[in-house]
Design a protein around this ligand. Sequence first.
Ligand code: ZN
Ligand code: ZN
Length: 262
Amino acid sequence: MSDFLAIDFTDPWYFSLFTITTFLIIFFRYLLISGVYHYIFYTLFHKKFKKRVINLKPKEIQQLRTEILRSALTSFVFAISGTVLLILWQDGRTGIYLEWSAYPIWYLPLSLLLAMLIHETYYYWLHRWMHQPKVYRLVHKWHHDSIETTSFTAFSFHPIESILQALMIPVLIIFLPMHLSVLLLFLMIMTISATINHAGIEIYPAAFNRHWLGQWIIGATHHDLHHKQFRYNFGLYFTFWDRWMKTESPESDQWFEKHANH
Ligand SMILES: [Zn+2]
Ligand SMILES: [Zn+2]
């Protein structure tokens, strides 16, 4: 690790090498997670989840191609953000730490929860702003081109939106101490939750929306309503901002109960 951290990543050659490697990791991880998710739910369980046809129509294949291409662009933006983060870390400007004993053990889950709550807050307000008509046309429309979303919609953003989303991570890590493994877990949760929320299949159990904890967690039905109604359900992981700001769709419970697996 110390040999790796001794490399000067501000050097254009190493900057490019690390960015391209990170791009390949992020993009293939996206393809793998979305592909496996798609395969499991649409192919293996298709009798149970009769919500998608297995044989895609030409229009759906076109949408899939567009989503994968846009996700490749997003992966590239995220990769640049990763290299910037690495340089900041080398420079001692981030809260990333490697020693398990640097903070109490209970701080590990706490730092993950804090990162998710901060990310939620940033994304909710960014998302509300991106739905302003002028901003929407330029920045957010690409994501909403998918009305019937799939697991491959997860990273399908306009590059400006990808930059706005990617900005949050280095800024967050400057202020919030995080163990490297917690940071990597946080990035993984981000990807998996985007996949779950766009797949159009509700995986949470019936009555989850009325459970004391479940009611605060966003799933596929919640975000599906955002892609269909546009003016509700702006949250990312949790429902609390939508509830406080009264932007939760009045049909959220009804939709959940209709689509949840009974
Ligand atoms: Zn939106
Ligand atoms: Zn979406």
